[in-house]
Write a protein that binds this ligand. Structure first.
Ligand SMILES: Cc1cc2nc3c(=O)[nH]c(=O)nc-3n(C[C@H](O)[C@H](O)[C@H](O)COP(=O)(O)O)c2cc1C
Ligand code: SF4
Length: 455
């Protein structure tokens, strides 16, 4: 594929993922081998030098996070791999686990060595249950061959991994909520402090990292921080696995160097839109991300350039929506998702999402009240400022950016049309927004299903 690179994905399709021996034959576990010859401080310095930022959405420096976790006192620390990947239109973590499961185990062991943890958990979202056997087999083989377990490769370092299945709630991707659910409680975020790095799973100091972050850390140890930094820009070094979805000819997970424009991503990597279609909008970072009009397609995909344009890398999702879906229909899908996924713990998010849902439904029906737009803006701002966790804080990103970039969509008479082709395309976009492949059943979440509730 033109313009894509192979750093984190270097081992994709090069070995049989059910067979550790074939992984070792192409240099598998090279990163862990190198790490075990370093002190934890030296290893953390390499990760810090690479400049990698967490790929779970918050983009916090992994080097700093590992150093802070290493400094927390305690013999019994835990590493959790966040494989919840609940952000709609994001499937790069799934691709990493499918195509290179040993890289992830290696990254977790490296993180464990760096921070002083003896045990790791993979928190796998329920919808990825098909990956359980593959991951369990990889863990078992790694343990049998001393890449996990007691005295890894004859050293004094011991580290093991347990696979854990979530129950399928978006909010459980948030670090403290994930831990609550692992402790058998309902999936709602914790009050902080105490922070999970000091008091996490069963009160143990806990490091939570995303699948891509851990896989990338292993590749950085393997190939070197300089090789990673050879890609990207000064402020966004390295490569990123993106999930390209929606109305493009070639949706998929692709590894790109930071710095490529959105246009190149859509046209060259995604193959562009279908003949005769024009771009309506692009949403970056999943359902909690902002939307951009075609005029922003020349923005380079870096943390700094996207921020300047009012956009985010977020989960790495890039959802392309063509002219068959109206802005209001798109917002309806997003809003239905957040109404469904709000955990209900705090009022701004629980009530705000429902009220905004009712307003968007009135716009969709072509019958908004005169003050609906102002009310929606006010609720959205209150939600951003007053919600208890990141879900409520970001749920209105799409709405607020739509008001900014597509004011005409909120004028009377701008909504409601749609031919048969349009309806089909909408279904595809809505399936992507729900995080399922086009053509798959959307499952428990029916986008129109809550209409009655809002009436
Ligand atoms: C509502 C919500 C959902 C989240 N979902 C995920 C997720 O599915 N996967 C993930 O890695 N991080 C998710 N996060 C971010 C995590 O809280 C955390 O920042 C991340 O796992 C840390 O890993 P990193 O430092 O490697 O990015 C979510 C955050 C919020 C607020
Ligand atoms: S913002 Fe509040 S209601 Fe929404 S998911 Fe977080 S804690 Fe739950």
């Amino acid at each position: 594929m033109p313009n894509t690179v192979s750093f984190i994905t270097a081992h994709f399709d090069k070995y049989n993922t059910d067979d550790l021996a074939s992984c070792l034959a192409i240099g598998g576990f090279g990163g862990l081998k190198r790490a075990l010859g370093l002190t934890p401080a030296e290893l953390i310095q390499i990760i810090a030098d690479s400049g990698i930022q967490g790929r779970g959405g918050a983009a916090y420096s992994t080097g700093i996070k590992w150093r802070q976790a290493a400094e927390v006192p305690g013999e019994d620390k835990v590493v959790i791999c966040n494989a919840d990947e609940g952000e709609p239109c994001t499937f790069k973590d799934r691709t990493l686990m499918e195509k290179d499961p040993f890289r992830l185990l290696e990254g977790m062991a490296i993180a464990g060595y760096a921070v002083g943890a003896k045990h790791g958990y993979i928190y796998l979202r329920e919808e990825y249950r098909h990956l359980r056997p593959k991951l369990q087999k990889a863990i078992d083989q790694a343990r049998t061959n001393q890449w996990l377990g007691s005295h890894i490769q004859g050293t004094n370092f011991s580290f093991d991994i347990t696979l854990y299945s979530g129950a399928g709630a978006y909010v459980c991707g948030e670090g403290s909520t994930l831990i609550e659910s692992m402790e058998g409680k309902s999936g709602r975020p914790r009050i902080k402090p105490p922070f999970i790095k000091e008091c996490g799973l069963f009160q143990k100091p806990t490091l939570v990292n995303n699948v891509e972050t851990l896989s990338a850390a292993a590749a950085i140890l393997d190939f070197g921080a300089e090789a990673f930094k050879a890609y990207g820009t000064e402020k966004s070094p390295g490569t990123k696995l993106i999930s390209l979805a929606g109305n493009v000819r070639r949706p998929g997970a692709y590894e790109i160097p930071f710095g490529m424009t959105l246009e190149t991503i859509i046209e060259t990597i995604g193959g562009g839109l279908e003949e005769g279609r024009t771009l309506r909008l692009v949403q970056l970072g999943g359902a909690s991300g902002r939307i951009a009009p075609a005029s922003l397609l020349d923005t380079p995909y870096t943390y700094e350039d996207l921020a300047k344009a009012g956009l985010d890398v977020g989960s790495g999702g890039i959802l392309v929506v063509d002219d068959r879906t109206s802005v209001i229909e798109f917002l309806e899908s997003i809003q239905d998702f957040f109404i469904h996924e709000s955990c209900g713990k705090c009022t701004p998010c629980r009530e705000g999402n429902r009220q905004i849902g009712r307003i968007i439904a009135r716009f969709a029906d072509g019958a908004p009240r005169p003050d609906d737009l102002e009310t929606a803006k006010r609720f959205a701002t209150i939600m951003s400022n007053c919600s208890f966790c990141g879900l409520g804080e970001t749920a209105q990103s799409a709405l607020l950016s739509a008001i900014r970039h597509f004011p005409e969509a909120f004028e009377l008479g701008a909504f409601g049309e749609g031919d048969e082709a349009g309806l089909k395309a909408n279904a595809n976009v809505k399936a992507s927004a729900a995080g399922v492949a086009v053509g798959e059943t959307i499952g428990k979440h029916s986008f129109k299903g809550e209409r009655g509730e809002r009436a």
